[in-house]
Design a protein around this ligand. Structure first.
Ligand SMILES: Nc1ncnc2c1ncn2[C@@H]1O[C@H](COP(=O)(O)OP(=O)(O)OP(=O)(O)O)[C@@H](O)[C@H]1O
Length: 312
């Protein structure tokens, strides 16, 4: 059985009579980078606040590392780094003071808190601003400092709420690189965002939330390939291949696009495609340059399937 780092059952939140999150069943496997994706107002921040114990669910269950939130909040949060969308300010502290203070709150010894603060300021690109007060920082610099704070104590799970909303394009690219690096080191990472392209570049797992409900959840790879029975092929003479494919029972459509032959398969007969096409290519002595499933960008799939318009 797959073990989940985060698992919720029927997680629900009302604000007054308004139902903001509804019967959410999140399953976040260990070691994935999970993109929690949805348009503005979908309920992402409300969900994350419940996951981190900042908000009490109206009903439903939350298990993180198998422990129950909010009852075992202290134990859970020892293993979790949390980057809130709107962090508490600590405006008059310098970044260095803020990070050492947060490290101490986590239970680190003073020297260790200082060591990690220094290391994480360098890692997140705010080393030169160590002695600037939080209130003097730009919103992007502040976001980097909060990212550094979420990494204190080397957490096994990172929960990041819209972590790049204030970063410039270079900052965003850097951030993506860091997330991939942290994932490689074995951490599970849960990121909320409304930016599909960013999730696509960073995440291997995705959960889609709309109007407080989870409408899809799974591996990005599966979501993308579910959509498509198209194959891309390139040979030394594409027109001979197209002539060959045109009346085959396993081909619904075939056409050429930017020098690549795109074949839309009828999946009922696809095994014949995989047998006959290589035989034809070898028999005709064509040089094979490309043969792979066609994948369309996640954004296009989501827009089509869920009729949701996301914007950068
Ligand atoms: N404390 C609250 N009281 C009443 N309504 C609230 C409260 N907090 C959030 N809401 C409402 O709940 C809905 C979902 O908000 P939430 O912040 O969870 O969305 P989100 O998906 O994180 O959106 P965004 O991408 O804009 O940050 C919104 O309509 C918001 O107005």
């Amino acid at each position: 059985m797959e073990t989940y780092v985060i698992e919720t059952r029927d997680l629900t939140k009302f604000f007054g009579k308004r139902n903001i999150v509804y019967h959410l069943n999140l399953k976040v496997p260990k070691g994935v980078v999970y993109g929690f994706l949805g348009p503005n107002g979908a309920g992402k921040t409300t969900t994350i606040k419940m996951l981190t114990g900042a908000l009490k669910p109206t009903y439903g269950e939350i298990r993180i590392f198998g422990m129950e939130m909010p009852h075992e909040r202290v134990e859970i949060m020892r293993k979790v780094g949390y980057m809130p969308e709107k962090p508490i300010a600590y405006d008059d502290m310098t970044i260095f003071e803020f990070l050492t203070y947060m490290g101490r709150l986590l239970g680190l010894k003073k020297e260790e808190a200082v060591r990690q603060a220094r290391e994480l300021m360098a890692y997140t690109g705010v080393g030169k601003l160590a002695f600037h007060r939080i209130k003097e920082l730009s919103s992007g610099q502040r976001q980097r400092a909060i990212f550094a704070a979420s990494l204190l104590g080397d957490p096994e799970l990172l929960i990041l709420d819209e972590p790049t909303s204030n970063l410039d394009p270079v900052g965003r690219m850097e951030f993506i690189g860091k997330v991939l690096e942290l994932a490689k080191s074995g951490k599970t990472i849960f990121i909320s965002s409304h930016i599909v392209s960013e999730i696509e570049r960073t995440c291997n797992y995705v959960g889609l939330i709309k109007d407080g409900q989870l409408i899809e959840q799974g591996r990005v790879r599966d979501l993308v390939s579910m959509e498509s029975n198209d194959y891309d092929i390139m040979v030394s003479d594409n027109s001979r291949l197209i002539d060959f494919l045109r009346d085959k029972i396993y081909v619904r459509e075939v056409w050429e696009e930017e020098g690549v032959v795109r074949v839309r398969l009828d999946e009922r007969f696809s095994e014949r495609f995989f047998l006959e096409v290589p035989q034809f290519i070898a028999g005709e002595k064509l040089a094979l340059k490309l043969f792979k499933p066609h994948t369309s960008p996640l954004e296009r799939i989501l827009m089509k399937r869920f009729n949701v318009g996301w914007k950068e």
